[in-house]
Design a protein around this ligand. Sequence first.
Ligand code: GTP
Length: 185
Amino acid sequence: MVVKSPLKRTVRILLVGDSGVGKTSLILSLVSEEFPENVPAKAEEITIPADVTPEQVPTNIVDYSAAEQSEAELNEQIKRASVVCIIYAVDDDESIDRITSHWMPLIRQNHPDTPCPVVLVGNKIDLVDYSTIDGIFEIMEEYSEIETCIECSAKTLKNISEMFYYAQKAVLHPTAPIYSVEKAD
Ligand code: GTP
């Protein structure tokens, strides 16, 4: 008997988050393995071939820029994403508040049927000597589609490849329940 393995799909990782949190820097740091001093408003879409990703799945990484994109374009990108990374800056409380006041509701609106996996990413950890993770765990308890969280720094490259690996894993090996008891009638 021949066992056929299913074709591996492409993982589409979208980075969202408030202006200035470091989305573009994170993508360019991953690709060039060094911190870019000057970043464009938006990185070009990047395709990583399957054989250089830890999960062996072709992966597209997509940046978002409020300066260059309309609300409609953002909604379209959220719909197309297989996982959304919400980036916040660990030294910017407002960017943390906006995870629940803005970004999670927007992602839910654009994925009304099947929840889209989310990874919370605290960037600029090089600037502080504390962790934001306790507060982030409270947010994770509210939203079952948040698969995981990680703190990192585009500047020192700390946890950069881990962040993109977590995003891949959130799609390929999700832990969120497919069936929610809360939603059942
Ligand atoms: P928008 O394009 O406005 O949406 O911003 P963005 O989220 O893409 O942020 P961007 O990558 O443009 O970075 C904003 C600023 O933060 C730049 O001055 C970066 O150099 C700086 N920055 C990004 N990541 C880090 C980091 O890990 N540590 C420090 N110290 N600065 C960072």
